[in-house]
Design a protein around this ligand. Structure first.
Ligand code: AMP
Ligand code: ZN
Length: 111
């Protein structure tokens, strides 16, 4: 399968992991939308967050715990977490990933 995040997970394409465990890793987004913009990614391939929840719920929970930890490491106490699910919602990489965004104010509703 030609999946960018699987290639990161497997080391086929080198990238800096700013956090890693047995089941997840985190990288800086290449096109940051906030001063802190980190992607937290399961190592196993799931197309989106609901698929991850259905098949590996404990990893979804671990992703959110890592989000809080990584935010604090970056001096961010108030943050936004986003899973885009489906192209119309803005998903472009079809391997589940949580966006962790912080370091600025965010508008509501989101665009
Ligand atoms: P989404 O649009 O929700 O699927 O999010 C995909 C994210 O992956 C976008 O925010 C991209 O900027 C990011 N991205 C794409 N390619 C890379 C890359 N090579 N390294 C880091 N982040 C990437
Ligand atoms: Zn994948």
């Amino acid at each position: 399968m030609d999946c960018l995040f699987c290639k990161f997970a497997g080391g086929e394409i080198p990238v800096e992991f700013i956090h890693e465990s047995e089941n997840i890793f985190a990288i800086k987004d290449i096109n940051p939308q906030a001063p802190t913009h980190i992607l937290i990614i399961p190592k196993r391939h799931f197309a989106n967050a609901p698929e991850l929840a259905k098949n590996e719920g404990a990893t979804l929970s671990e992703i959110f715990m890592a989000a809080k930890e990584i935010a604090l490491e970056n001096g961010v106490e108030s943050f936004r977490t986003v899973f885009n699910t489906g192209a119309d919602a803005g998903q472009t990489v079809f391997h589940a990933h949580l966006h962790l965004l912080g370091g600025r104010k965010f508008a509501w509703p989101p665009g």
